[in-house]
Design a protein around this ligand. Structure first.
Ligand code: FAD
Ligand code: DHB
Length: 389
């Protein structure tokens, strides 16, 4: 088999890139390790920057997002002394769109199938080869036999555990990592959201987040110890703990019900440099992870796709490889600013096991400063709605 651009990973980054390229007549093959149903069942992010939404429209898959996605002009921050609002619209003129990652992925698969784009599911042992030569290729097991896919370029959109990043020789790559001593326990429930905007709550008992997918589907998270597992939490325990972390007047309005999904995600900050090795380019979680506070994981994957897409179009349409040469530095410049934002939001709103009294006072001052100072709120809002590409 031969294609122009071979994409490893059929998550949001791989699918969005392949759909954008397909629109420009650039041929791609997507190799995915799992089944389509498995990918679609993963409940993950829910907040899209307008830059992401713009890419979806450019890929020709924005119609359902524009119809069913919910525009949010602000979000709330709650703390033990009260709560305040970050007015995105007033502070930045911009907004975010609440539309689940599983819906984004479904729309992208539907469009890819309708356009006849090739996606191979249940590929095992995908291995990138000859990346530093002129003719890279992939080998993989599919349909009971070994296959070979030749390509001009290989794009690693295979998430944090995929093989692409590991294919960059250790001596040529540097990894930066920070782990946090807690996770997020998340549930999805078929109940109306507690508010029409998201609530990020820093409390004495730890962080909580009230989010949503639509008017009858809510998504809630609470900070939990890394040693917990979802089975340790029955629904009643979860609702009781969530209420304890919200301001009383907000907690009173919570509508509870059975959870339809429950999972724990550890928190991590991670960056791999560079994001290019020869003819291999990394996009999304394959190259970096942010802690979820601030909703940047999926959005950062989209900014990589933006740079990668334009670099490839420039190469194929104008014969100019400058975009490819600049890709890693350009993507990393935005990623590090997003890393800073996600790390800062995480530090401001979570309880850390080793936090001193001094640390706690600084955390309270940070929240008070934000509440009182419009410039500080604007800085938060600018990062939240998404830095320019
Ligand atoms: P992925 O979505 O990970 O997609 C990678 C794809 O590559 C997968 O389909 C995978 O099956 C495939 N793959 C892996 N290995 C191979 C292989 N060897 N061969 C072929 N294919 C392979 N972000 C937020 O903003 N908010 C959240 O609440 C949030 N929650 C999250 C919860 C969890 C449990 C996780 C893991 C992430 C969460 N994120 C969240 C982050 C966000 O979902 C990711 O940033 C986003 O999915 C990145 O997209 P991606 O396409 O780069 O990677
Ligand atoms: C969601 C997840 C986040 O990490 C976040 O900051 C906001 C919303 C969500 O899943 O809805």
């Amino acid at each position: 088999m031969r294609t122009q651009v071979a994409i490893i990973g059929g998550g949001p980054a791989g699918l969005l890139l392949s759909q954008l390229l397909l629109k420009r007549g650039i041929d791609t093959v997507v190799l995915e390790r799992r089944t389509k149903d498995y990918v679609l069942a993963r409940i993950r992010a829910g907040v899209l920057e307008t830059g992401f939404a713009g890419l979806m429209r450019e890929a020709g898959v924005g119609a359902r997002m524009d119809k069913e996605g919910i525009k949010h002009d602000g979000a709330r921050i709650a703390h033990p002394q009260g709560q305040f609002r970050i007015d995105f619209k007033k502070l930045t003129g911009d907004h975010v769109i609440v539309y689940g990652q599983s819906e984004v992925t479904r729309d992208l698969y539907d469009a890819r199938e309708a356009a006849g784009g090739e996606t191979l599911f249940e590929c095992a042992g995908v291995t990138p080869r000859d990346l530093d030569g002129e003719q890279p290729f992939l080998t993989f097991l599919h349909g009971g036999k070994m296959n070979r896919l030749d390509a001009d370029f290989i794009i690693g959109c295979d998430g944090f555990h995929g093989p692409s990043r590991q294919a960059i020789p250790e001596a040529a790559r540097r990894e930066f990592e920070k782990t946090y001593p807690f996770g997020w326990l998340g549930i999805l429930s078929e109940t109306p959201p507690i508010d029409d905007e998201l609530i990020y709550a820093g409390s004495e008992r730890g962080f909580a987040l009230c989010s949503m997918r639509h008017e009858k589907l809510s998504r809630y998270y609470i900070q939990c110890p890394l040693s917990d597992s979802p089975e340790d939490w029955d629904d009643d325990d979860f609702w009781a703990e969530l209420k304890r972390r919200l301001p009383e007047e907000v907690a009173e309005t919570l509508v509870t019900g059975p959870s339809v999904e429950k999972s724990i995600a550890p928190l991590r900050s991670f960056v791999c440099e560079p994001m290019r090795w020869g003819r291999l380019f990394l996009c999304g979680d394959a190259a970096h992870i942010v802690p979820p506070t601030g909703a940047k994981g999926l959005n950062t994957a989209a900014s990589d796709v933006h740079y990668m897409y334009h670099a490839l179009v420039r190469h194929y349409e104008d014969g100019d490889s400058a975009g490819l040469d600049q890709y890693s530095a350009q993507a990393l410049a935005r990623i590090w600013k997003t890393q800073r934002f996600s790390w800062w939001m995480t530090n401001m709103l979570h309880r850390f096991p080793d936090q001193s009294e001094f640390d706690l006072r600084v955390q309270q001052a940070e929240l008070a400063f934000l509440e009182e100072n419009e410039a500080a709120r604007r800085a938060l809002a600018e990062s939240y709605v998404g830095l320019p590409y």
